[in-house]
Design a binder for this molecule. Structure first.
Ligand SMILES: [Zn+2]
Length: 172
């Protein structure tokens, strides 16, 4: 494709956007009806192509076109380009917001990683985990709710010990 043809195609992609009809297919998927190259004026009785769009994202994007070009080449055809350009225009603020959010999140992750992944920090977090394990064990031992813990450590408790518990004395 030479420069003149490329320019003509860009013009076609721009020009047909005003005729794009937004609809849904039989099962409720978002579709755009786009004038064929042979129908640059978007005449109702001219040729049209159906472009399927994914709309669960912040900006809808195309994934299929009924034209021959897409059928054979499986790459974004001019009809899909026109639809994507239309949505990029309509959802401009979403695109700006989304890109800004992605940038901020990436920077936050980078900053956090840089802060935490020092050798000292890794060492500290390891010690903290060990300390918490010790506290947890101490709590188990010191708990007054021994009857509830029976299933855990009953096997190591003597009958005498169980008999000395107030709740057991009542039963016995
Ligand atoms: Zn197409």
């Amino acid at each position: 494709m030479n420069a003149t043809q490329l320019a003509a195609r860009e013009k076609y992609i721009q020009d047909i956007q005003r005729y794009i009809k937004v609809d849904e297919d039989k099962v409720g998927n978002l579709i755009c009806i786009v004038p064929s190259k042979s129908n640059p004026e978007g005449l109702d009785d001219g040729a049209w192509h159906t472009v399927h769009c994914e709309d669960k994202t912040s900006v809808p994007y195309t994934y299929h076109c009924s034209c021959e070009s897409f059928e054979y080449r499986r790459v974004e055809c001019p009809h899909m380009k026109a639809v994507n350009a239309m949505y990029a225009r309509i959802y401009k603020s979403n695109i700006v917001k989304r890109d800004a959010k992605i940038f901020v999140e990436a920077e936050e992750v980078k900053a956090k990683a840089a802060k935490h992944n020092t050798p000292e920090a890794l060492d500290k977090s390891c010690n903290k985990e060990l300390r918490e394990t010790k506290v947890l064990k101490a709590n188990n031992k010191g708990s007054t709710d021994l009857a509830g813990k029976g299933a855990l450590n009953g096997a190591t408790q003597s009958a005498e010990f169980w008999g000395s518990l107030p709740s057991r004395q009542k039963v016995l």
